[in-house]
Every structure is written in structure tokens, then in C-alpha cells.
Design a protein around this ligand. Structure first.
Ligand code: AOF
Ligand code: ZN
Length: 397
């Protein structure tokens, strides 16, 4: 399929619109749509929240009669089903759109090619694959959930230059500076769930909420658009959306998830304060009867070798429509996710400091016998944040 420079320009525009839903569409994907006659854009829109109109409907409303004979650029295959809203494929056909360019096919079982079939059956020319990688990247968790049956798992780690995360006595506040910590808030905010272990709750009593005001005093993040065709179709980081553009009411707070096999989370812990939806996953043998957990939901998951089975944990989160899972946990849980091949991405903040020999290590991983067994990671991007560095890495398959 060959696409023109104008096609690229309109799809990149649609992707930038889609990014505006970064913090608000959960559990739905972020989708954008541009309707154009040649260079002239006659309508544009994006999906803002689940239950609200889809991107195509927003763009069609803006275009009105001018949609007739136009090309629609959509970052995700138009839907074919009656969900919370009627099918977009029907709306595009009814509006008389002549051509539809789709970035990525929708793996959602009720769509899964049927949207494209419906459009073609209505006599509309459909082309797919333009900026597909960027469109998939923007919804990496949505695709992971539908294609692999588990969320996209991103480990957030902060370490010193010598690879340590805390002093021997447990003190860890703060290794990285304010800019890095504010960046973490944005990654939490785009996630469906924030996952930790009971060890971290006992040691640090984290809130695991999103503090929208935490970076109010900092300059907005540098633009990191997934949709910039000048950067090709490579992986980007979608934090083009600034907090100031997100209406507080539209923000969907991530689910806090605590892996607590034996229900050790103490009464009065921040995670049990009811300030955000909270799920405590425990072992079969434990029972969540006491009122420590009055403001949380408790669910048993399968155990394996005396630990909660991580694949079962992720399957449970996928079944609850979690797309991206942000992990802020200790070296045992993070190491286990990595060793079991369940960590998809590392967000590694590196502070220019040295913590010395008895400080705690980044991850617990099994000892290796040869270099062939090592974990290789691919560096996606590297950027300074205040005095610190942020590396984004993905394990090599
Ligand atoms: C589109 N355009 O803008 C979006 C789509 O039940 P609903 O209405 O919330 O539909 C959710 C499903 O629709 C979602 O899982 C995904 O497959 C698709 N999302 N489709 O044509 C959009 N957000
Ligand atoms: Zn739709």
C-alpha cells in the first residue's frame, strides 16, 4: 500500500489527537480521527472517555455535510459493534465518506476486522497500516490485553549509579530528584493499575495515587509525541498530553493493586485509606474478613511455590480490563516479573550518586553460569530529567 505525504500528515494529526485521551479513556483505547478533502481538514476529533462518543463520531459531527466524499483517517479500525455507542463503521458509511485510512486493526473480539469488512461492503475504499506501529504503541496495553490476554507491564525502578535502590537500613527517600518523581506521576496516571507487593507497603507505606499537583511547580514535560512522522514509526513516549489539558473530572484513577499472599498489609496503611479504588490479591489460604480491608476489594489468586502465581495475577487484571500496569515494587517482585518474562518495559531512573556496598540491589535475579544466559535489554530512549537520567528499556525477546 502506498500512502502520500498528505496521508501521513493527516494520520499523524489523528495520532496527536488520540494522545489527548492518554489519561481519560480507560478501559478503552486512545483513538483519533481526521476527516479531510485533500489538504483541507473538515472535521477532527478524539475519543475522550468510555461511554462517550468514539473519535469518528466526534469528527463526523464537526464535519457535518462536508464529510461526503471525504477521506477519514482513523488511528484504530472503526468499530462494527453496538457497545456503549453504535457502530462507527455505520456512521462513516451513512455520512458518505468515500475512503477510510486505518492505522491499526482492532483486536477487540467484537470488531476484529468486521469494521473494515462493513466499510468495504458499503462501497468505501479502505486502506490499512499507515503509521500502524505508532498507533499500536499509543495503545500498547489495549493490544496486549486483547492479543496476549495480559496487560502491558511496566516496571518503574530508581537507582543510584552503582545500581542500588536504598541504603542497607532501608532508607530510600529520595534517590532521584523532583523532576524524575513528577515524571513517575505521569506514568502512573496513564496506567490502568499501579501494582506493588506487601513488602513495599510494610517498608514504605506508599500512597500509589496520582498527584496531579505534584509537578505543578515544574515546567511541562518536553513534547514526546508518538505521532511525529519525522521520527519514523519507531516507539515514542506519549506524554505530549499535559496535565493542564486533562479535565480533572475526566481523569480515571488507576486501580491500586497489592499482592499480599498472607494479608500482612497493616491497618492504617495508605493503600487501605479508600482514596482510590484498591484491590488486594491474596492466597487461597488467607481470608479477608477483618475491617482493615473495608475500603478495598479482596480477591484470592492461585499460588505456586508458596507465592502468588504472577501469570494468574496478570490474567485477573486483564479480565478487569487493565491495559497498562505500572509496577512500583521491591527487588523480589520486580525481579520475578522479569525472570518469568512478564515484564514488558523498564522505566529506569538513574541518579548520579553512589550508595555503597551494603545498599540494596535493583533486582533479585537468579545467578547466571554464563554470559549467554544474561538478560539483554533494548534501549528505547534516554533523557535527562533534572539531575537524573531516565532510560526506557524493553527485554529482548
Ligand atoms: C472506534 N473508535 O474512538 C474507539 C473505539 O462500548 P464502547 O462504545 O466503549 O466501545 C469500546 C470498544 O470500541 C473498544 O474496546 C474498542 O474495540 C473500540 N474503541 N473504536 O471505532 C473509537 N474508542
Ligand atoms: Zn467506534
Amino acid at each position: 500500500m502506498t500512502f502520500t505525504a498528505l496521508d501521513h500528515q493527516h494520520m499523524a494529526h489523528a495520532l496527536r489527537l488520540a494522545e489527548r485521551g492518554l489519561f481519560t479513556t480507560q478501559p478503552n483505547p486512545r483513538v483519533g480521527c481526521v476527516i479531510a478533502h485533500g489538504a483541507e481538514v473538515v472535521g477532527a476529533g478524539w475519543h475522550q472517555r468510555a461511554g462517550g462518543p468514539h473519535a469518528e463520531v466526534c469528527a463526523l459531527r464537526a464535519a457535518g455535510e462536508r464529510a461526503r466524499g471525504a477521506t477519514a483517517y482513523v488511528t484504530l479500525e472503526p468499530c462494527a459493534h453496538h457497545g456503549r455507542t453504535p457502530p462507527c463503521a455505520d456512521a462513516l458509511a451513512a455520512a458518505g465518506v468515500a475512503r477510510v485510512v486505518v492505522a491499526a486493526e482492532d483486536p477487540f473480539p467484537q470488531v476484529d476486522g468486521r469494521g473494515i469488512e462493513k466499510l468495504r461492503a458499503a462501497g468505501i475504499a479502505v486502506e490499512t497500516g499507515l503509521l500502524r506501529e505508532a498507533a499500536r504503541e499509543l495503545n500498547v496495553g489495549f493490544f496486549s490485553r486483547h492479543e496476549r490476554g495480559r496487560p502491558w507491564v511496566r516496571l518503574k525502578l530508581a537507582m543510584s549509579l552503582d545500581g542500588r535502590t536504598a541504603l542497607g537500613n532501608g532508607e530510600s527517600k529520595w534517590i532521584t530528584g523532583a523532576a524524575a518523581r513528577a515524571d513517575v506521576q505521569r506514568w502512573r496516571a496513564r496506567s490502568s493499575a499501579i501494582l506493588t507487593g506487601s513488602g513495599t507497603v510494610l517498608a514504605d507505606d506508599p500512597r500509589l495515587t496520582v498527584r496531579l499537583d505534584e509537578d505543578a511547580s515544574l515546567p511541562p514535560p518536553g513534547r514526546e509525541s508518538v505521532a511525529d512522522p519525522a521520527r519514523g514509526q519507531g516507539e515514542g513516549t506519549a506524554h505530549a498530553t499535559d496535565w493542564t489539558e486533562v479535565p480533572a473530572a475526566a481523569f480515571v484513577p488507576p486501580l491500586r493493586v497489592v499482592l499480599d499472599r498472607r494479608l500482612r498489609t497493616p491497618a492504617g496503611s495508605h493503600v487501605l485509606d479508600g482514596s482510590a479504588p484498591t484491590l488486594v490479591l491474596h492466597g487461597d489460604g488467607a481470608a479477608c474478613a477483618d475491617d482493615r480491608f473495608a475500603r478495598a476489594e479482596c480477591r484470592p489468586v492461585a499460588e505456586r511455590d508458596g507465592k502468588l502465581a504472577l501469570p494468574a495475577v496478570l490474567a485477573h487484571l486483564a479480565a478487569r480490563e487493565c491495559n497498562e500496569v505500572h509496577v512500583e515494587a521491591g527487588p523480589a517482585l520486580c525481579g520475578a516479573l522479569l525472570a518469568e518474562g512478564l515484564a514488558d518495559e523498564l522505566l529506569l531512573y538513574v541518579a548520579p550518586a553512589l550508595l555503597g556496598d551494603d545498599a540494596r540491589p535493583l533486582l533479585h535475579l537468579p545467578a547466571l553460569r554464563s554470559m549467554d544466559e544474561r538478560w539483554n535489554l533494548r534501549l528505547l530512549d534516554l533523557r535527562p530529567l533534572g539531575a537524573d537520567l531516565r532510560l526506557r528499556l524493553r527485554p529482548e525477546a
